[in-house]
Design a protein around this ligand. Structure first.
Ligand code: ZN
Length: 523
């Protein structure tokens, strides 16, 4: 970044222009003039420092930071330690931690039995070959089996399926997109059509040749304030099996009613209490009035954990998703904490748990905000800011923002990008569609103008065990983060908070949420 010379009057000058320009379209604002103090702070954002942080956060020792897990807890402690080192104020209920109690549930293998009885012969399906949608108790007692081949055209006229078990074969899901999503869509559509016939169960033969379905090692979290996170088994039970003897029995059956029956016994799930923690540090603002308002910088620090049933590399390290966002929050916080003159508004740095399980940490925050929602002026959420190698092409010097046209925050980031040499753009494919895909959504739902900033959503190791820290482009990430830090300063210095775009119908619900909280902030 170009270093500005020492000009004592520069800051006062640009500030008066900013204030004078309030209410004008932001494109007409003059470039934000950095003080030497601010330039120095931004220059501290270091590729090497982030490389160090990420080699730990995404190490195998943290076992993919599943929610909940010991690895996630270690990551939380590490983030808190870095906030402490930077001198941020602890802003949680327990130091830097905002803690919440959850119940972890998992399928219960005790007394599990799933059988198919055909021609007087009973086949016992081992637990490792069984999978079902949802976690909870379920039972079926000698339910008659109807065979319906996949996408069978006569399905529409098949009667008398109600209360029975439909057995069918599901086509193998392809490994690579877009074929993978096409197959899973076809599977889903067919299952929905069968479900409309109100059977008691749908048993899908899924010849995937997996060693273990992983069902009994799957887990979910539950919280009384967040219903619907875990699907509870309900008719029709959606079962898949991959067992040689059942496959052979299926092949021998003729379509339509059969003489076979199935039975299932699945006990109530195992439960365990878990404490999950957001990590929150605060850089107090300096303006007597504006310091009571906040700009948030966030990233989720969890990922997908491990799959012990798989051979080989079975740790989902999540270096780019979202170790990159996590270490960026750490690094930007550390840089801005060195400012001798604090920004006018306060800046809060937040690491969320449980994003991969459905925005759990950010939804919890939105229900239990540490900083008043009506006093939270804007939020920038970071996702996958570390990889420049994408099937879409080289992503050096580029950053995209979800919900680009939803609020004025993206204009501020774009202006910061112009100064920092990063092209901040609207990606037509993902701008609106991916708005709901990260924690910015939870904050938007409570009215905070918030967006996710990302370098590339699509990269070769996305949601794979090979998302490793040595594949990150640290120099580009540091450049991107200097721009993010600049955008934070611009937002924190401006007395006029960014607004939701009243002309965009897609932003209407967020604007409404904002107005309910704080009518004066929107015009
Ligand atoms: Zn992510």
């Amino acid at each position: 970044m170009k270093k500005s010379g020492f000009r004592p009057s520069a800051w006062v000058f640009s500030l008066s222009l900013l204030l004078g320009a309030a209410g004008q379209p932001r494109e007409q604002n003059p470039p934000f003039t950095l003080t030497p103090d601010q330039s120095e702070a931004l220059a501290r954002i270091s590729a090497g420092s982030m490389r160090g942080h990420l080699s730990f956060i995404a190490s195998d020792a943290l076992e993919g930071r599943d929610t909940p897990s010991a690895g996630l807890e270690i990551a939380a402690e590490y983030i808190a330690a870095q906030f402490r080192r930077s001198g941020l104020e602890p802003a949680g209920d327990d130091g830097y931690f905002q803690s919440s109690r959850w119940t972890m549930i998992s399928p219960n293998p005790k007394n599990f039995r799933f059988t198919l009885t055909d021609s007087g012969k009973t086949l016992d399906i081992p637990a490792s070959k069984f999978s079902m949608l949802g976690i909870g108790a379920a039972s079926l007692d000698r339910v008659a089996v109807v065979k319906i081949p996949f996408e069978e055209h006569s399905l529409r006229v098949t009667g008398a399926v109600e209360g029975k078990a439909v057995i069918t074969e599901l086509p193998a899901t392809a490994q690579e997109p877009p074929a993978a999503s096409q197959v899973s869509r076809r599977r889903q559509e067919f299952i929905n059509r069968v479900a409309a016939l109100r059977p008691a169960a749908i048993v899908g033969i899924d010849r995937g040749e997996r060693r273990d379905s992983g069902y009994f090692s799957s887990r979910a979290v539950r919280h009384p304030q967040f219903v619907g996170l875990v699907s509870v088994p309900a008719p029709p039970l959606r079962i898949t099996v991959d067992d040689a003897s059942v496959n052979a029995a299926f092949d021998a059956m003729a379509p339509g009613d059969t003489h076979a029956t199935i039975s299932l016994n699945l006990s109530a799930p195992l439960t365990q209490e878990a404490v999950l923690r957001n990590v929150i540090g605060l850089l107090q603002g300096s303006d007597p009035v504006l310091k009571d308002s906040y700009i948030l910088l966030s990233a989720h620090y969890d990922h997908l954990g491990t799959r012990p049933q798989l051979e080989g590399d079975n740790i989902w390290n999540g270096a780019n998703d979202n170790g990159s966002g996590t270490v960026s929050v750490i690094e930007i916080a550390s840089a801005l904490a060195t400012l001798r003159e604090r920004p006018r508004r306060s800046i809060a740095f937040v690491a969320f748990f449980g994003e991969e399980h459905g925005l759990l940490g950010s939804r919890f925050y939105a229900k239990h905000p540490v900083f008043p929602l009506e006093k939270t002026a804007a939020a920038i959420n970071l996702e996958q800011v570390g990889r420049t190698d994408s099937p879409e092409g080289d992503q050096h010097g580029k950053a995209r923002i979800t919900g680009f046209d939803y609020s004025e925050v993206s204009k501020v980031i774009r202006a910061a990008g112009e100064q920092a040499g990063i092209s901040v753009y609207k990606d037509g494919e993902t701008s609106d569609d991916y708005f709901s895909r990260s924690d910015n959504q939870a904050l938007a739902d409570v009215g905070i103008p918030s967006h996710t900033l990302c370098v590339a959503f699509d990269y070769p190791d996305y949601h794979r065990p090979t998302d490793h820290w040595d594949k990150i482009d640290y120099e580009n990430m540091a450049r991107t983060d200097r721009m993010v830090a600049l955008a934070l300063l611009m937002l924190a210095q401006d007395a006029d908070p960014p607004r939701w775009n009243a002309n965009n119908p897609r932003a209407a619900r967020y604007l409404k949420a904002r107005e309910e909280k704080h009518p004066e902030t929107q015009r």
